[in-house]
Ligand binder design. Structure first.
Ligand code: GLU
Length: 423
């Protein structure tokens, strides 16, 4: 499978089928998980600033609701398509099951390069998309959140549009909102923080040092940037980081605060970063550079059959969704590289989304200590459960994670009198 033929949904199905068979499930027991419950494609007409009308394509896919309302982010990306959103929705179902929060999985997206739109155009695009998916979202139904190229501000526009239609404020319709309108303290950093919690736990299990390991991070967005900062603050050495334009490398450790300050200007890209002590490398070289821990924190399909053999890291912590293909997984397993899968490693975001939703229902606000302490407790427990499942069955952590998730979702379905009794 090369970059052109890669299909994230097929990739998800391959792992799902293997995990179900290892659990001893018959097809009828888990077949509902092979199909999203609902797929919506919408057209979004937007009047551009120059008066021209443009129509964008958007999606909302609701994969499974056996364990609770659908939950999952919305991404704005030029390569978003239905198969990608379907895979991301399924991964959300699995992720929520692994951390044992009462949600199913969903995902949304718009095929758009947001850097090409003005702020006003983005607001109109977001509001119109919200009206299109409005009949299928809601605090008890399906709760969107930020994902690639969306943030708290975009969530504020969605919350406002939804509330206008309902005639009253409905903060719980989205999570990842600004704190001033019902967002949770700690939510913006939660995915990156969760990644570092899992990294520490994994390295301790393997008898490796967290502080004395070297790290390479692909992606310096909200997740990669936050993880890099937390690691840097603990004194860890981050030898390589990258953004969409390329990477920078320094074997003695990069100045992460300086890089983050530089990138905080959204017009800047790492390829133009000038500093005496960094060497410019490609995104692929970040994947294969010499380090102990590799953290892909960008998009899907980055560690592939083509570059997996070159990975030098001992451990991969998947901060992105779907960064590793099935082919790459086999190669990494043969090389003895431990891969902590996305649906465990990056679940910190949705965990704190859940806290936000609970706070909204109760009209209460937790403090940062309570958020971070409860996040750590949930992540550590999920890691232990996945680790135990993989050890007991002598499978990779990805397989163990899928097994934990499928087991929980199918049990919930069964208890609701689900697909099996319908046969
Ligand atoms: N987009 C994030 C993810 O992929 C967060 C989803 C959420 O908080 O609902 O996990």
């Amino acid at each position: 499978m090369n970059k052109n033929t890669y299909n994230p949904y097929e990739n998800m199905l391959a792992v799902l089928d293997e995990a179900a068979s290892r659990l001893g499930l018959k097809e009828a027991d888990y077949i509902t998980l092979r199909y999203p419950e609902r797929e919506m494609i919408v057209s979004i007409p937007v009047r551009m600033d120059n008066g021209e009308m443009k129509v964008f394509e958007g999606y909302r896919v609701q994969h499974n609701s056996a364990r609770g309302p659908y939950k999952g982010g919305i991404r704005f990306h030029q390569n978003a398509d239905l198969d990608e959103v379907k895979a991301l929705a399924a991964w959300m179902s699995f992720k929520c099951a692994i951390v044992n929060i009462p949600y199913g999985g969903a995902k949304g997206g718009i095929k758009v390069d947001p850097s090409k739109l003005s702020r006003e155009e983005l607001i109109r695009l977001t509001r119109r998309y919200t009206t299109r998916i409005l009949p299928i979202i809601g605090p008890d139904q399906d709760i969107p959140a930020p994902d690639v190229n969306t943030n708290g501000e975009v969530m504020g526009w969605i919350m406002d549009t939804y509330s206008m239609f309902k005639g009253h404020s409905v903060p719980g319709v989205v999570t990842g909102k600004p704190i001033e309108i019902g967002g949770s303290i700690g939510r913006t950093e939660a995915t990156g923080r969760g990644v570092t919690i899992i990294t520490r736990q994994c390295l301790e299990h393997l008898g490796m040092s967290y502080e004395n390991s070297t790290y390479a991070i692909q992606g310096m967005g909200n997740v990669g940037g936050t993880a890099a900062q937390i690691l840097y603050d603990k004194g860890c050495k981050i030898v390589a980081v990258s953004d969409y334009s390329g990477g920078v490398y320094n074997e003695n450790g990069l100045d992460i605060p300086a890089i983050r300050t530089y990138l905080s200007d959204k017009t800047k890209a790492l390829i133009d970063y000038v500093s005496d002590d960094v060497k410019h490398i490609s995104n692929d070289e970040v994947i294969t550079c010499c380090c102990d821990v590799l953290i892909p924190a960008a998009l899907e399909n980055q560690i592939t059959g083509e570059n997996a053999a070159g990975v030098q890291a001992k451990v991969i912590i998947e901060a992105a969704n779907g960064p590793t293909t099935v082919e790459a997984d086999k190669i990494l397993e043969e090389k003895g590289i431990v891969v902590v899968p996305d649906i465990l490693a990056n679940a910190g975001g949705v965990v704190v989304s859940y806290f936000e939703w609970v706070q909204n229902i109760q009209s209460m606000a937790w403090d940062l200590d309570e958020v971070n302490r409860t996040l750590k407790k949930i992540m550590n427990k999920a890691y232990d459960e996945v680790d135990a499942m993989s050890r007991d069955n002598k499978v990779t952590m990805r397989m163990g994670a899928y097994m934990v998730a499928i087991n929980r979702i199918c049990t919930a379905g069964k208890m609701r009198g689900g697909p099996i009794s319908m046969a």
